[in-house]
Ligand binder design. Structure first.
Ligand code: CA
Length: 523
């Protein structure tokens, strides 16, 4: 090689190697409650999650990580865009469609030279954009042998969804261009409803009896009417599929034999004893915990597989691993499963970050942080500037152990999906380290609740309108108003406030297209 070419090659290599940008692995599960991660030390001690705990032990655990709108699709849109639902246009799982033309953090990382991949649950009703590779579940996805979608069409799979999502993720990592940094979004379907465990894990907890939450039989007194007027209880709402009284979708006859061998005798005993009333709720709670936590076990096992792969490939030192869930979840608290509410178990989500060389091992952060911060955080990790219209703030200083003095002291929350499927009133509110003020505005639900979360952490009593809370309530109202202005939230009566206008426009466009097609066919 001529000397000048050799010099050029050397320069190019030296330049490419400096600075070393970190890889990012984002493991994002669905409906994984912080109560079901042992690093969070839940009082019921529901499960041990050694692999997820390792991320906390070697990195940082966030104890006040909140979400802006506690439901699957909307949270995913917030992660990608760094914007609230009213700014990214994805409000609910019922009729929202993600506009993939908008700016997202994976697109910006891709433009900056990152290889990007998205595997597993997507649930945004349009194909992913901004990824060099994607393989996603269709809609919610199913647990056994789930069909998946790629840029090339539908692919069949066989096996258990959590294993498959990890297999595809690691397969992509093995094939990647090793000269570039990467972003891998590994998005597990589990432990989403109907909570079907991996077949080899059936019976994993050996029939353990789980402690019940203190609020399993909440009567919804002392709060707005909206809190009791929902459809998400173990008592009323849970289905035969959730309770494993019928076969789950996608299961093969061979798999069904294994499934029947486990659930058959349990279901026969249930049919014989036919528990009623409180006994039925107690039975359902035990069934639910067994299955939900069985799904979590597999998520944890598969987090272990990812960490092992990174370790064996020598990637662990230069790869940031983030574990989170799209939102929190009720594990029987208030008599509920599901999410949606501004209340603690659903508004709060697990967030654990391992960033060697930046994040002190075993550290804990108690600041108010949120899913809307992650897009800017990922961009900051990669040294890519964030667009000015993103609405969060990079967690990088917090991850380095420095909380900026002007870090947020209050957080805005807004839930929209109504009335189906769980009849949870649309509501918005403000959360501080001591209080929550909530405005409900569903049909017949107009009301305000004020919770004193320092005094009443289980949120069982509203102090709204009480004289001793008048000054606090006035202060919270003023701060809530300011937040809504800063975040450009439309008035709730405005059709743009709920995505209704875009939904109607889309329906009108679809009807017009269908009529045009029909007219063309008639020619
Ligand atoms: Ca979810």
């Amino acid at each position: 090689m001529p000397r000048f070419l050799a010099l050029l090659t050397w320069c190019a290599t030296a330049f490419a190697a400096e600075p070393t940008r970190p890889n990012i692995v984002f493991i994002y599960s669905d409906d994984h409650a912080y109560q079901a991660i042992s690093a969070y030390g839940d009082e019921r001690k529901l499960i041990q999650t050694p692999n997820i705990d390792r991320i906390a032990r070697e990195g940082m655990r966030f104890d006040r990580a909140l979400v802006t709108n506690s439901i699957c699709g909307p949270c995913r849109a917030v992660i990608l865009t760094g914007k609230y639902s009213h700014r990214n246009g994805f409000y609910n799982n019922t009729n929202s469609v993600f506009n993939g033309a908008q700016t997202t953090f994976p697109k910006l990382l891709q433009a900056a030279g990152y290889q990007t991949a998205m595997v597993g649950k997507w649930h945004l009703n349009t194909d992913p954009t901004g990824f060099d590779f994607w393989q996603i579940l269709q809609g919610q996805g199913i647990y056994y042998n789930p069909p998946m979608k790629t840029a090339g069409g539908i692919v069949k799979t066989s096996g258990y969804v959590t294993d498959i999502t990890t297999d595809v993720s690691l397969g992509w990592l093995a094939k990647r261009d090793k000269s570039k940094p990467f972003l891998l979004m590994c998005q597990q379907k589990a432990p989403h409803r109907e909570w079907s465990p991996n077949l080899p894990d059936l019976g994993w907890d050996k029939g353990r009896v789980y402690p019940e939450p203190e609020t399993l039989f909440d009567d919804y007194a002392n709060r707005a009417h909206a809190v009791g007027d929902q459809d998400m209880t173990l008592a009323k709402t849970i289905s035969p599929l959730d309770m494993k009284l019928v076969h789950p979708p996608g299961i093969t006859p061979e798999q069904a034999k294994v499934w029947d061998a486990y659930y058959g005798p349990i279901n026969e005993a249930y049919q014989r004893t036919k528990p009623q009333g409180r006994d039925l709720v107690k039975w359902r709670y035990q069934r639910y915990m067994h299955d939900y936590l069985g799904c979590v076990k597999s998520v944890d096992d598969n987090v272990g597989r990812v960490l092992k792969y990174l370790e064996e490939e020598g990637l662990l030192a230069n790869t940031i691993v983030v574990y989170s869930a799209d939102q929190g979840f009720y594990l029987g608290e208030h008599g509920w499963f599901d999410k949606r509410w501004i209340f603690e178990e659903s508004v709060r989500t697990p967030l654990l970050v391992r960033w060697p060389g930046v994040t002190p091992a075993g550290s804990v952060n108690k600041s108010l942080v949120a899913n809307v911060d992650l897009a800017q955080t990922f961009l900051d990790m990669a040294g890519v500037p964030a667009p000015a219209d993103m609405q969060g703030r990079s967690l990088r200083p917090l991850l380095a152990g420095q909380v900026p003095p002007d870090w947020r002291q209050e957080f805005y929350y807004h839930y929209y999906e109504y009335p189906e499927p769980h009849h949870v009133s649309p509501h918005y509110g403000i959360i501080t380290d001591k209080h929550k003020l909530v405005h409900y505005y569903g049909v017949g639900h107009d009301a305000v609740d004020l919770f004193d979360t320092a005094k009443d952490p289980r949120e069982l009593r509203s102090f709204a309108g009480q004289p001793e809370y008048a000054a606090i309530q006035a202060d919270l109202e003023a701060r809530l108003k300011r937040l809504r202005t800063e975040l450009l939230v439309p008035d709730v009566d405005d059709p743009d406030a709920t995505g209704e206008r875009t939904h109607r426009e889309r329906q009108a466009k679809a009807a017009k297209n269908a009529a045009k097609k029909k007219a063309e066919g008639a020619k």
